[in-house]
Design a protein around this ligand. Structure first.
Ligand code: ADP
Length: 681
């Protein structure tokens, strides 16, 4: 049928059908549009929400371009972190603000791996530079955001600011380095000990006090290093009971065997839960302190002893000086009595002489002692004939021994050819004299034997008596200054307690030793040794020790000037030399002495006192030597200090003598020089 042949109804029906289809289409189209609009809205809303969420985040977030590295977006937190606005940031690449530069390389290598699909994401630490220049430490978490086709669309980064954490970590690290340094520089041994008693950590001082390395100490039992391990362990247990111990005394043994006294201080240490996990211990080395304390106590005792000795010495000295003074002055007074017999006069004079000698002995001892104490005593080595010294001592003391009804013997085993050695003659003489004098003094009967024998490289002298002996407990002390074996000596024998200390000092100066063996009421044997030194020195002529009473004068008719401001000394010297003088001139001062020498070129001898008013003896001698080299000048001084001789010789004197002047000594000296000068006829 021809379409045009369709009925109207059919057409209407068809039209209606079309119309409905159209309506349906229109509806569906309208629906689609509405849906699209709604979808866009949802998307927009979602994006805004997402943005808000991003901006609320406490972590910095951004998206960046996978190839150009430009920031595509950044949240508020990231902008705050780096100090840029988002607009400013979008003008930058992340590489521009990344530090250090190696991190840029590391980061871009990672991005490359994301692009290649080798990584899904990564985390790294690096630094961003803030707009104002300072650095921010960050932890970066990076993820690639992919398109539908799987390729990377953009990169999402999360940046956590860890600057504060880093600073805290650094501070912590520094603090722990600092405390380690403190621990290591501590002079106390610091140790941590586990609850089982094993060492867990030590410092350098612990290595020092034990002599063992850290590696050897750590893991070992702490009590192994103490001299009393049980005591150490109980000290350790006490820490657990009381929480701490304070100044617990122990002794640590060093690997070398040396022991150090320590004070052990300890306290427990706990973990975060408060459980005790070990002990922190510090050991302070107090060896030095203890030593100093001991020395201080000894020094204090010595000082007290010195003080006591000083008082005893002064009391004794006062007695020692007063007694002979009493003799001298008392008997001098008695001598004035008009009706004395010749014998009585002689007896009184003898007493005066004896008292004077005793006094001189004390003064000599004090001077020698002072020289030793002041370090002024020198050793003068000379070739010395030992036999001659022993014989002289024998000759000198024999009468004194006999006076007390005792016998003096020599037991000398030195062969003649071994009798000359190089030593200080005067000192040997002085030591022997002292010992023999004491032997006589501290004996009432029996025999005194003086001996000398060669033992190896030493000569050993001995002086043995059968006298009162010395209590055992005083045997060492008697060699100390001012000591008498018994200060309250029942027999109150004279003595200043200096003789043996001087002898000891002399023996030691000569390189020897002095010692004594003694038994109370049986006797004492004193010994001393000196090196047997036979090397020849410069001066080989052994000047003989001349016994003081051997006066053989070859001199006569001398013309002598005595220069001394002390009248009594002047008189004494005058009387001493008068026998061999044809003329004696006396003067009281140096200036005059020089003048007299000028006016009397034929003077044989000047006895020049050193201490004089106007011009002292040294100066006067120097002036005299300007015009007279021939005259013998002998200096006389009252001090007897070392250096006096040198000073006198340097000034131009030929010799030197100490006051009080001993007649025979003066005669010997004059004889020596006048003979040398051939000034006698
Ligand atoms: P001093 O004899 O002047 O007291 P020393 O130093 O010579 O001083 O002697 C010290 C002390 O040693 C004497 O006081 C005496 O007690 C004792 N002593 C010395 N020698 C003897 C000896 N041979 N026998 C007994 N005691 C002696």
């Amino acid at each position: 049928m021809n379409p045009h042949e369709k009925t109207k109804d059919e057409l209407i029906e068809e039209l209606e059908e079309l119309y409905q289809k159209h309506e349906a289409l229109k509806k569906s189209y309208e629906n689609t549009i509405t849906k699209n609009i709604q979808a866009e809205e949802v998307l927009r809303e979602n994006q805004e929400l997402f943005r808000k969420a991003l901006d609320l985040g406490v972590v910095g977030m951004a998206t960046t371009h996978p190839y150009t590295f430009y920031f595509l977006s950044a949240n508020k937190r990231l902008c705050e972190m780096v100090g840029y606005t988002e607009e400013e940031l979008l003008q930058k690449t992340w590489a521009e603000i990344t530090f250090p530069k190696e991190k840029v390389d590391e980061d871009s290598a990672n991005v490359l791996k994301l692009l290649r699909g080798e990584l899904n994401g990564y985390v790294m630490e690096k630094q961003y530079q803030h707009k104002d220049g300072h650095m921010i430490d960050i932890t970066l978490s990076v993820q690639g955001v992919t398109k539908k086709d799987g390729s990377i669309d953009y990169i999402l980064i999360l940046a956590d600011d860890i600057t504060q954490r880093k600073l805290a970590e650094k501070a912590l690290r520094e603090a722990s380095e600092y405390s380690r340094k403190l621990i290591e520089t501590s002079l106390d041994a610091l140790v941590t000990i586990s609850a089982e008693g094993k060492i867990t950590d030590v410092n350098a001082a612990t290595e020092k006090i034990t002599g063992l390395s850290r590696e050897m100490l750590i893991g070992s039992d702490f009590s192994d290093y103490f001299t009393e391990p049980d005591k150490a362990r109980s000290g350790y247990l006490k820490v657990f009971e009381d929480g701490q111990v304070i100044d617990y005394p122990l002794a640590v043994r060093h690997a070398s065997g040396k022991v150090a006294d320590v004070l052990y201080n300890a306290s427990v240490y706990r973990n975060e839960q408060g459980e005790v996990i070990g002990v922190f211990a510090a050991a302070r080395d107090i060896t030095q302190r203890k030593q100093t304390e001991r020395e201080l106590i000894i020094a204090k005792e010595k000082a007290e002893e010195s003080e006591r000795l000083k008082s005893a010495f002064l009391a004794n000295m006062s007695h020692e000086i007063r007694t002979p003074m009493n003799g001298i002055l008392g008997f001098a007074e008695l001598l004035k009595e008009p009706n004395l017999s010749g014998d009585e006069q002689q007896e009184y004079i003898k007493i005066i002489e004896k008292s004077g000698a005793r006094m001189l002995n004390i003064i000599n001892n004090i001077v020698d002692f002072s020289k030793i104490e002041a370090g002024l005593m020198n050793v003068a080595l000379k070739d010395t004939n030992i036999n001659e010294i022993i014989e002289f001592v024998y000759t000198f003391f024999k009468p004194q021994a006999e006076e007390k009804r005792m016998q003096l013997f020599i037991r000398n085993s030195l062969p003649i050819e071994a009798t000359t050695i190089r030593t200080d003659r005067e000192k040997i003489y002085s030591i022997l004299t002292n010992l023999v004098k004491n032997a006589i003094k501290y004996s009432n009967e029996g025999v005194i034997e003086v001996g000398c024998t060669k033992k190896g490289n030493y000569l050993e002298f001995s002086v043995k008596d059968s006298g009162i002996g010395i209590p055992k407990e005083r045997l060492e002390a008697i060699f100390e200054r001012f000591i008498q074996a018994d200060i309250t000596d029942v027999e109150a024998r004279q003595g200043a307690g200096l003789g043996l200390s001087i002898s000891k000092a002399y023996v030691e100066m000569l390189g020897g030793k002095i010692w004594v063996e003694s038994e109370l009421a049986k006797g004492s044997s004193f010994y001393f040794s000196i090196p047997y030194n036979i090397e020849k020195g410069e001066e080989n002529i052994d000047q003989k020790v001349v016994p003081r009473d051997s006066e053989k004068y070859l001199m006569k008719n001398l013309k002598i000037l005595i220069a001394d401001d002390d009248e009594i000394s002047n008189k004494l010297v005058s009387l001493t030399v008068k026998d061999y003088c044809k003329e004696i001139i006396e003067t009281k001062n140096g200036v005059e002495a020089v003048k007299i020498c000028q006016q009397n070129p034929d003077l044989d001898l000047v006895l020049m006192d050193i201490q004089m008013p106007d011009m002292n003896g040294h100066e006067a001698t120097r002036h005299i030597r300007e015009f007279n080299n021939k005259v013998t000048i002998i200096a006389q001084t009252a001090f007897g200090l070392s250096g006096d001789r040198e000073k006198a010789i340097n000034a131009g004197c030929n010799d030197y003598i100490t006051k009080p002047i001993n007649r025979s000594e003066l005669n010997t000296i004059i004889q020596k020089h006048i003979n040398n000068h051939s000034a006698i006829d």
